[in-house]
Design a protein around this ligand. Sequence first.
Ligand code: 5RP
Length: 220
Amino acid sequence: MENPKEIVAKSALRYITSGDVVGLGTGTTASEFIKALGASPLSKEVTCVPTSLETESLAKRLGLNLVSLNSVERIDITVDGADEVDNNKNLLKGGGGALTREKIVAHYSKRYVIVITEEKLVENLGSRMPIPIEVLPFSYVQIIRELNQMGLSCQLRKNFTTDNGNYIIDCKPNQKVLKGSLQDLNKAIKLLPGVVETGIFINFNPEILYHKNGQVLEIK
Ligand code: 5RP
């Protein structure tokens, strides 16, 4: 029996066409997509941009053609997972710590497909999972102090360094922040010096594929 992540990830293959430059996401669901792409006849007809070193090594093992973001003019389509998706198709990402490269690749992608299982659909981002924030190690203690003052309860992710050599701070929003404006929250966090990126993905216009009871459903 296939697992739900595998089912939904495989279903994204139908969006890939020969000649595409494909952005490859990070995480267990994105890995299922990468494995399916690697096993398909399209594997020799696409070029891929990985969003993490982990994804790069998986894709290499599967024989996919890899290039850097800087060497392509465009990304036709990116397929990635997410930790949470709200009713407005805002995403929370970064459970695997690859949020910065994932956000950059998403920004340069014409089409952005998110593959998730049903429990990741939420009313408010930050309700199931903390909000991950990538920061420079130089000032992480100061940043945690400031984030705590903004109504976030923050912890340094232990024994973890991102592919960019930075730290991740995981932040649980209090009720007021949880119900407040995501745009304002994201802006306020990004204004702190030393913050590299947040796991809040707003306005990326993703197509959401989600697994529910053995079926793949779509939020366009
Ligand atoms: C990694 C991510 C992942 O897409 C997210 O954590 C979902 O992972 P999984 O598919 O393993 O549940 O943002 O930085």
